[in-house]
Design a binder for this molecule. Structure first.
Ligand code: HEC
Length: 159
């Protein structure tokens, strides 16, 4: 019964959606939810310090959104203000990037320093986790900045 077979078009769409879903790596769903709650605690990360160079929304260099806003928590702010040059961001450092496509928020990406390593998480615009833990895709691109700024792209260590 050929009429019950999916059309080639819809089959291609299903394959595309399946492979898109397969690309995400939400290895630690509970940790991702806890971290999302943490960055939204109280008045939320949008009231934190804006990262150097990100006083306003800036064009993004990645394909995932058109423009970004980057926020840092008190630990990062203290390191940036501190008198001493540092080689790594301090324990507890939290950096949040919000990505926008047009006016709509399309992603929230987070890095948190835990026991000397970065914990990574990315959510869609509604806060659903897509990546968490140490996803290959995050590490594999940010590692280009490992020795330069302790994995951070948008701003530098105080030197
Ligand atoms: C193809 C390279 C690439 C990949 C893959 C990538 N990033 Fe980024 N990331 C960047 C660049 C470039 C910036 C600087 C801001 C911008 O242009 O969007 C950035 C910025 C960030 C920031 C703000 C702090 C900083 O380093 O500037 C966070 C947080 C972040 N990314 C998290 C993630 C997470 C989580 C993942 C994995 C889900 C990820 N990134 C995957 C390139 C990448």
């Amino acid at each position: 019964m050929p009429s019950r077979l999916p059309s080639p078009g819809s089959f291609a769409l299903v394959v595309a959606l399946a492979s898109l879903a397969g690309c995400t790596q939400n290895d630690d769903p509970e940790g991702a939810s806890r971290l999302y709650a943490k960055i939204n605690e109280g008045e939320g990360f949008r009231t934190w310090r804006r990262a150097p160079g990100f006083a306003t929304r800036q064009p993004s260099f990645t394909a995932h959104s058109d423009a970004v806003e980057v926020f840092v928590n008190a630990e990062v702010a203290a390191a940036l203000d501190g008198p001493t040059p540092i080689l790594t961001w301090p324990e507890g450092a939290l950096i949040v990037k919000e990505g926008f496509s047009g006016d709509a928020r399309s992603l929230v990406a987070v890095m948190e320093k835990r026991a000397g390593r970065w914990y990574w998480a990315e959510y869609d615009g509604d806060g659903n986790a897509l990546y968490s833990g140490e996803p290959k895709v995050c590490v594999g691109c940010h590692d280009k900045r490992q020795s330069y700024s302790d994995w951070v792209y948008s701003f530098e260590l105080p030197r």
